[in-house]
Design a protein around this ligand. Structure first.
Ligand code: AMP
Ligand code: MG
Length: 350
């Protein structure tokens, strides 16, 4: 089976093509950039403008025509409603025109499963850090369960908000990473609450220092503080669940310092760490196509609609091997976890 996936939840209009064996045939996309951030109707207009071109680009890269496609999947949420409508209508029209089955899938779940496919990790703790989302998850009892999450904004949006005030444009994350490379540490608030994190206050504190403290120092300190918070909750999740794999996914997974900190923590815990490859870290259609394959081949059928607020933990994960998920949180190894881990030590970092 060959599946074509359409992504349009936020800044990216993407079309990806993948086989049911997980062979990626094309990943085409066009991203909205601006000085002010995302203005929903402008992002929608961007998607309308580029959609045909992105589709043609994907088909050309894969050396296929629509006749070769067996299934069309689209991202039905969560996301900005005007943008979701573009993807849904485009997918629905293609489905009718070419007489292909159509399936709507959850964007966040697709971020997780493209991580599994591209890294080979089977049953990890997922650290999902994108624009809107910051969540720590594990597959258990037929769902992705949220172990911890942001109490206010996602880390990517938080960095973008600071970057906008600092004149770095949108998206700011990559530019802040560059700035941070020459920065020094200044103290900022640190906000971990149990397994949850909070970024809003840290960003406000950093914004108040703009113009008083060099920008590289602020970028460096924001990264160090926010990434340390994520490493802390991820480590606690590994300890509590006794999992031995940590998988970083989402757009912020592009950040080398975040990868370095999580790799170091995982090494100390003798856990395998992997970050999704850069090309599949941010939004793209390949992950939507792969999620389409997983769900369609396990019997899921949907009526085309949009779900702007659908959460990661609302989706039944019936494609995941039942035995590995049902035991995820319930297992109680006979030995202390650290001793057991030393016996089965894997390579610490991919
Ligand atoms: P997504 O919503 O998954 O496409 O992720 C987009 C978010 O990732 C945006 O908020 C970007 O600012 C952020 N991002 C992208 N690259 C980096 C980076 N190198 N460092 C930090 N954040 C990044
Ligand atoms: Mg995303």
């Amino acid at each position: 089976m060959i599946c074509l996936g359409i992504e349009s939840t936020a800044h990216t209009f993407g079309v990806g093509i993948i086989t049911s064996e997980g062979k990626i045939l094309a990943n085409a996309r066009d991203c909205y950039h601006s000085v002010e951030g995302m203005i929903p109707n402008e992002v929608k207009a961007h998607h309308e403008l580029v959609k045909e071109h992105v589709l043609a680009d994907a088909l050309q890269k894969a050396q296929l025509t629509m006749n070769d496609i067996d299934l069309i999947a689209f991202s039905h949420g969560p996301g900005l409603a005007p943008c979701l409508h573009v993807g849904k209508n485009f997918a629905e029209n293609l489905s009718k025109e070419h007489n292909k089955p159509l399936l709507g899938v959850n964007h966040c779940v697709a971020h997780l499963t493209i991580g599994n496919l591209t890294t080979g990790l089977q049953d990890p703790i997922y650290l999902y850090v994108s624009g809107v989302n910051t969540q720590l998850l594990v597959a258990a009892h037929g769902r992705f369960r949220v172990l911890g999450e942001t109490l206010d904004i996602g880390l990517g949006n938080a960095l973008d908000k600071f970057g906008r005030k600092a004149g770095l444009g949108f998206p700011a994350g990559p530019k802040m990473e560059q700035q941070a490379s020459t920065g020094a540490y200044v103290e900022l608030p640190y906000a971990v609450k149990g397994m949850d994190v909070s970024f809003a206050g840290i960003i406000t504190a950093a914004e108040r220092k703009i113009g008083k403290i060099p920008l590289p120092d602020l970028c460096f300190s924001l990264q160090e503080t926010c990434f340390a918070m994520l490493a802390e909750v991820a480590e606690r999740a590994l300890a509590h669940t006794r999992k031995k794999e940590l998988l970083l996914i989402g757009g912020v997974a592009a950040n080398k310092r975040l990868i370095q900190m999580l790799a170091a923590m995982s090494k100390e815990r003798v856990a395998t760490f992997a970050a999704v490859p850069l090309e599949y870290a941010g939004d793209q259609g390949v992950m939507i196509a792969w999620q389409g394959v997983l769900e369609y081949s396990h019997g899921r059928r949907t009526t085309p609609d949009i779900h702007p607020y659908e959460r990661t933990d609302e989706i039944d994960t019936n494609w995941i091997n039942a035995s590995s998920t049902s035991s995820s949180l319930a297992s109680s190894p006979q030995e202390p976890p650290d001793k057991k881990a030393q016996k089965s030590a894997r390579s610490p970092c991919k």
